[in-house]
Write a protein that binds this ligand. Structure first.
Ligand SMILES: Nc1ncnc2c1ncn2[C@@H]1O[C@H](COP(=O)(O)OP(=O)(O)OP(=O)(O)O)[C@@H](O)[C@H]1O
Ligand SMILES: [Mg+2]
Length: 498
């Protein structure tokens, strides 16, 4: 056996750790690691098989080589074939010649046309639990694998175990966004898991039940309307109408009749009585969108309704009772408009009982992978396309671009790309010029990756931070018990930053 080139091994391991830590999606991380494993072991193909704990079947989670696509629908029973044997016995294995090993199952080779010659495989274990098998096939520069290869493969498989255990629970929870809904018990259609978004969910949960007026601000496309709907959907008014009016879209004289309705003959063209938005929203929520564009005289009328709870239809004198909760939104700075004399100060304070400020997407980029996933699924389904993800380059570009149009822009870019895509993975060529030429900013590593312990510490820190230092929620996401988390916090000397 040759001397192990430790330097080379260490570099390969470090690269794998970096890939895991710098990737924003588990699938992207695993695909990149498998590419790196195949290349570093100078082999024809490699597979990562994951064990489904319920069915006890192994399935191909990430694969390289020219029959990769054919393997994705195949499952292997625990104990069956080389991969199944390795996962069941929890032992690594070198098969020098597949023809001579009775454990080798020929069906997969027969169905894909791939000829396995020599295989090396190692179980992926985390804290005593088998997660799957890592296997590499057909060395390109020699007859069969040797003990040196096994040392490297086992080390790589413990890196993969960490990626699977931490990222998988982390990303799975985030993608479905269910855990979060349970934790804060909130109905909403907003995707996000960053601290900024969590704080907003928490605020909505607190204020939704009470009839306070809410002012939602934020750049265009940040989700102001979704927030308004979430407030309504989580309030006692949820079974009554949510009615929106866009104050920019209509000239001042029409806005008045839109809001309050008009009597027959109130003005030329008013041929019949018409209900206004205050009336149709009775019992529910009235969403005054783009409130910063509302003219001065309508502002005064709105203020009056808010103060007195009554109003009249245009051209009428019968007082009608207003029973609405008001949520207003604007992408303008209302305080500046007040200072310029364009917005009534008294109305501003009346609307601003609670203020929700939505962050620009560039300030919460950690949500981008989740949003990408969400929009790809959405448009793949609605356009009946088979797009499942984005390439690493597209992810890098999306993470580097500043998104002046925020989530709306991201949504529209993905929509167009899904329509244009000829492949399952969106590539740079599917993106518009202005975005695809974005200079990639490399994301800083949280630390110089030295050891597996360091990597574990960094993951724990990241999950704690993302979860606002809530230990129970973090332990759940990390899939470890609360006492285990406490002992790791102590072991790694992690100090709570709150
Ligand atoms: N957190 C989110 N998760 C999923 N989709 C989102 C999210 N935020 C916004 N969107 C989507 O992005 C688009 C823009 O959102 P919305 O209309 O609420 O933004 P806005 O702040 O009201 O923008 P504008 O100021 O231009 O009116 C919508 O299609 C919305 O569904
Ligand atoms: Mg809007």
């Amino acid at each position: 056996m040759n001397e192990i080139d430790y330097r080379k091994y260490f570099e390969i391991l470090q690269d794998a750790a970096k890939l895991i830590n710098s990737s924003f999606s588990l699938n992207v991380a695993l695909e990149s690691i498998m590419e790196a494993v195949t290349k570093s072991m100078n082999s024809e193909a490699a597979s990562l098989l994951m064990l489904n704990q319920r069915t006890k079947n192994l399935y191909f989670k990430a694969v390289t080589g020219n029959v990769a696509d054919d393997l994705r629908n195949i499952t292997v029973k625990l104990g069956e074939g080389i991969a199944g044997w390795v996962a069941q016995e929890r032992k690594s294995l070198i098969v020098s010649n597949t023809n001579e090993d009775p454990r080798h199952k020929k069906d997969i080779d027969n169905s894909t046309g791939f000829q396995s010659r020599s295989i090396i495989a190692s179980p992926i274990e985390y804290q005593g639990e088998v997660l799957g098998t890592l296997e590499v096939l057909n060395p390109l520069d020699k007859e069969h694998y040797d003990e040196n290869d096994l040392v490297l493969l086992e080390a790589l498989s413990s890196q993969v175990a960490i990626a699977l255990r931490y990222c998988d629970s982390y990303f799975k929870l985030n993608q479905e966004n269910t855990s979060l809904k349970q934790v804060i018990d909130l109905e909403h259609k907003m995707i996000g898991q960053s601290k900024e978004v969590n704080d907003i969910f928490e605020l909505i949960r607190k204020i939704a039940p009470f009839d306070v007026t809410v002012l939602v601000t934020g750049e265009s496309g940040t989700g102001k309307e979704l927030v308004a709907r979430a407030i309504h959907d989580n309030s006692p008014r949820k079974s009554k109408p949510f009615v929106a009016i866009n104050c920019t879209a209509l000239p001042e004289n029409l806005i008045e009749s839109e809001l309050f309705g008009h009597e027959r003959g109130a003005f030329t063209g008013a041929v019949s009585v018409r209900k206004g938005k205050f009336e149709t929203a009775f019992g529910g929520t009235l969403f005054l969108d783009e409130i910063g564009d509302m003219g001065f005289s309508v502002q005064a009328k709105i203020l009056r309704v808010l103060e007195t709870g009554v109003y009249e239809r245009v051209g009428g004198d019968q007082q009608l009772k207003a029973n609405v909760r008001i949520v207003a939104a604007t992408n303008k700075n209302l305080q500046e408009l007040v200072a310029e004399g364009k917005f009534r100060e008294d109305l501003f304070y009346r609307l601003n009982e609670i203020h929700i400020e939505l962050p620009a997407l560039k300030l919460r980029k950690s949500d981008i992978p989740l949003l990408i996933n969400h929009f790809i699924n959405l448009f793949s389904n609605s356009f009946n396309k088979k797009v499942t993800g984005v390439s690493q380059e597209v992810l890098d570009v999306f993470m580097s671009y500043d998104w002046p149009g925020n989530i709306r822009e991201l949504k529209n870019v993905i929509k167009a790309a899904v329509v244009l895509a000829d492949t399952k993975t969106l590539t740079l060529s599917d993106l518009p010029e202005g975005i695809k030429n974005t200079t990639i900013k490399r994301f800083p590593m949280t630390t110089e990756m030295g050891s597996l312990d360091e990597l574990e510490k960094q993951y724990i820190l990241r999950v704690l931070r993302e979860n606002n230092w809530k230990k129970n929620a973090s332990a759940k996401i990390l899939n470890i018990s609360r006492p285990t988390l406490d002992s790791k916090i102590k072991l790694y000397g992690i100090t709570i930053e709150k």
